[in-house]
Design a protein around this ligand. Structure first.
Ligand SMILES: C[S@@+](CC[C@H](N)C(=O)[O-])C[C@H]1O[C@@H](n2cnc3c(N)ncnc32)[C@H](O)[C@@H]1O
Ligand code: SF4
Length: 337
């Protein structure tokens, strides 16, 4: 099995299918200082499927489609259909803001997609405008319930919690999840990209989130799915629906990170906080053989020594502190959340 310098295997592949998005979430989206990837530089579905096959040959079992907003890419169901037949891939998941899901849920399901994560940070229309800056809460909820009617399971809700923005909705989101059967994953607000002006005092830690949830719902820790999942899960008493927290800042999980990322323009990236990637598109379009591409991926993974979140946590707790602006990163929309 392929392993990196800390003996971490490559088991998951996150594919950003586009850097475009129909929202402008304040915690994610770069505004002025970003150069969009040119259309001709974006990998075709054929190229993505070829790479997925090669990654599967190296141990990848799971694929997550993300972006940017994956549903703004035309005919995403066609890509799903190509990926479901890749030998070795056991699980495909989509992460979406759901604004376009109502119209695409049926074709995605027919193509073989079974589960979806929907980002939903608030249940209040005015606050939704403030966070996403485009689109509407109604379109997201329509998409979410259309996916439920189509039989997707599980449909998990991802909610980024930011102090003073939506931390007063933690219990409402749990209630909503319980009522409709959606497990909720709270995500600690992270310093992604270069322009989200992250400050540690806007972070609501896992400990704080759990204390709020536990004030109404007794919790029992279940742990991480398969040991390598980003979320630590908790069962809610008296209900089959669970709650999880992704604590990339206060409880970094670099030690068990098995995720490789593919940017929309074909760069292999080994950490969500990487400064740069390794160009696989150049090989693909330069006529490289499967063996040559495999050798490149193997070399990159074997040299992998990323543990950014652990280093950030150490810096946050040091006298010098952590200065986000000193760490240039690839934008989240480009490498996929
Ligand atoms: C970059 S988005 C891409 C997929 C899709 N557009 C969506 O919003 O679900 C993937 C995930 O990253 C999360 N995310 C974006 N910026 C973040 C930040 N600063 N801190 C924590 N999570 C963030 C989003 O909430 C979303 O759940
Ligand atoms: S979190 Fe998703 S929906 Fe929001 S701006 Fe980023 S990519 Fe778009």
């Amino acid at each position: 099995m392929l392993r990196d310098t800390y003996q971490r295997p490559l088991q998951d592949l996150r594919i950003s299918v586009t850097d475009r998005c129909n929202f402008r979430c304040t915690y994610c989206m770069p505004l002025d200082e970003y150069e969009w990837i040119q259309k001709s530089e974006i990998l075709t579905y054929e190229e993505i499927a070829r790479l997925a096959r090669l990654f599967a040959g190296l141990g990848a079992e799971k694929i997550r489609l993300t972006g940017g907003e994956p549903l703004v890419r035309k005919d995403l169901a066609e890509l799903v259909a190509r990926l479901t037949v890749v030998e070795g891939i056991e699980d495909i998941c989509l992460t979406t803001n759901a604004a376009l899901l109502a119209e695409q849920a049926a074709p995605l399901r027919q193509a073989g997609l079974r589960r979806i994560n929907v980002s939903l940070d608030t249940l209040r229309p005015d606050r939704f405008q403030q966070i996403a800056q485009r689109g509407s809460l109604d379109s997201v909820l329509n998409g979410l319930f259309a996916a439920k009617r189509e039989g997707f399971r599980p449909i998990k809700i991802n909610a980024v919690i930011e102090k003073g923005v939506n931390d007063d909705e933690i219990l409402d989101l749990v209630e909503f999840g319980r009522e409709h059967g959606f497990p909720v994953r709270f995500i600690e607000y992270m310093d992604v990209g270069n322009t989200n002006h992250w400050q540690s005092d806007r972070l609501v830690s896992k400990k704080e989130i759990l204390a709020i949830v536990a004030s109404r719902f007794p919790l029992r820790e279940v742990g991480r799915a398969e040991g390598s999942a980003p979320a630590v899960d908790y069962a809610l008493a008296g209900n089959g629906v669970d709650v999880g927290v992704i604590a990339s800042v206060t409880e970094p999980f670099c030690g068990s990170c098995t995720r490789a990322r593919l940017t929309a323009d074909g760069k292999l990236v080994t950490c969500l906080f990487s400064r740069e990637g390794h160009d696989l598109k150049k090989l693909l379009r330069g006529g490289a053989s499967d063996e040559e591409i495999l050798a490149e991926i193997r070399g990159v993974w074997q040299a992998r020594r990323d543990r950014f979140s652990e280093e950030r946590w150490a810096a946050l707790n040091s006298i010098e502190g952590y200065r986000p602006e000193q760490h240039k990163k690839i934008e989240m929309i480009r490498l996929g959340g």
